[in-house]
Design a protein around this ligand. Structure first.
Ligand SMILES: C[S@@+](CC[C@H](N)C(=O)[O-])C[C@H]1O[C@@H](n2cnc3c(N)ncnc32)[C@H](O)[C@@H]1O
Length: 307
């Protein structure tokens, strides 16, 4: 990307000198950068999840979205979160249980489960979200353990009665990473403990459209504090029911790409993968209500038990 930055600088100088064209080599470099960006990458060939959740500016934006009660972008709205904790409690009786919330973000589920008497551990690699979670729990007088780490490789608490992964986080993981995570979850559960994760359904994949969007300060300054140009190219991978939102963010002194993978699952296929990690499926339910999953266009949750 150094070449592209030099190119941008030369372009700016040429423009300031009143030249309407740039050197052919500059045009070639820009063409290469943009055509590379528009190429369809192999499925899950690159991961930038950490950049999304831990970049200082972007993670601050994400936290604001988590806490925005009118937005479902980073977390669901409060009434929906209450509904989920309600059905988890009805089904698994949270009081007195050891619960680990993977990718807990600012603790919106963790604190509610702790308030119902569960001994909760929240795990997340976003320090900003975890700081918020810890402060909120402290003020509410709730004792919760927080682990700042990557749930794919950090130590997880043992003998858990319930481990959950909420808000379609499973959809962002490659098959290899899913396998790693399911194995780790299985190892951290007490005998007979439960694993719950929710997911987008394949019927929702149909709405994904391949397109390219471009804008100055794309998404209202979401990607950087200062000025930038943002490109978004969306790719579909029909055989896998997988979508990629690929972003190219060009700032005056930094160029970066973000890859957001989202796989849409058929419940039977996801249950089969989870089973391969040493689980049996107890139920496939509507992610928001806990009722049997009957509406194909709604997100579902798998309730699985360690065997
Ligand atoms: C879509 S948000 C959901 C947050 C929370 N479950 C909720 O619904 O409010 C995903 C969260 O998972 C965290 N996360 C993603 N991948 C992670 C990983 N490999 N290890 C730890 N945390 C991760 C992110 O930092 C973010 O807080």
């Amino acid at each position: 990307m150094v070449m592209e930055l030099r190119l941008a600088e030369r372009h700016r100088v040429a423009f300031e000198e009143g030249k309407s064209t740039v050197e052919p080599s500059d045009g070639a470099a820009m063409f290469r950068m943009l055509s590379g960006f528009h190429e369809r990458p192999a499925p899950f060939s690159r991961h930038t999840t950490g950049d999304l959740w831990t970049d200082p500016h972007v993670s601050k934006q994400m936290l604001a979205f988590h806490l925005n009660s009118d937005s479902d972008l980073a977390s669901r709205r409060p009434a929906l979160i209450e509904g989920t904790v309600d059905w988890l409690d009805r089904r698994l009786n949270l009081s007195g249980k050891a619960v680990c919330d993977l990718g807990c973000g600012p603790g919106l589920y963790a604190t509610r489960m702790a308030a119902r008497g569960a001994a909760v551990t929240g795990v997340d690699f976003s320090s900003g979200s975890l700081d918020h979670a810890a402060e909120h729990a402290r003020r509410a007088g709730l004792s919760i353990d927080w682990i700042l780490g990557d749930y794919l490789d950090c130590p997880l608490p043992s003998d858990q009665d319930l481990i959950c992964l909420i808000y379609n986080d499973v959809c962002a993981l490659s098959p290899d990473r899913r396998r790693t995570l399911f194995d780790r979850i299985r190892a951290a559960l007490a005998p007979g403990g439960h694993f719950v994760c929710d997911s987008h359904a394949t019927a929702q994949y149909a709405a994904r459209v391949e397109e390219t969007v471009y804008g100055r300060r794309l998404m209202d300054g979401f990607w950087a504090d200062g000025d930038y140009f943002g490109f978004l190219a969306t790719f579909r991978y029909d055989a896998l029911q997988l979508a990629l939102d690929r972003y190219l963010i060009v700032e005056p002194r930094r160029v970066r790409e973000i890859f957001n993978w989202l796989q849409y699952f058929d419940p039977a296929a996801l249950c089969q993968e989870i089973a391969a990690g040493g689980f049996e499926t107890v139920a496939v339910v509507d992610a928001l209500t806990g009722d049997p999953w009957v509406e194909p266009a709604r997100e579902f949750a798998v309730v699985a038990r360690a065997v």
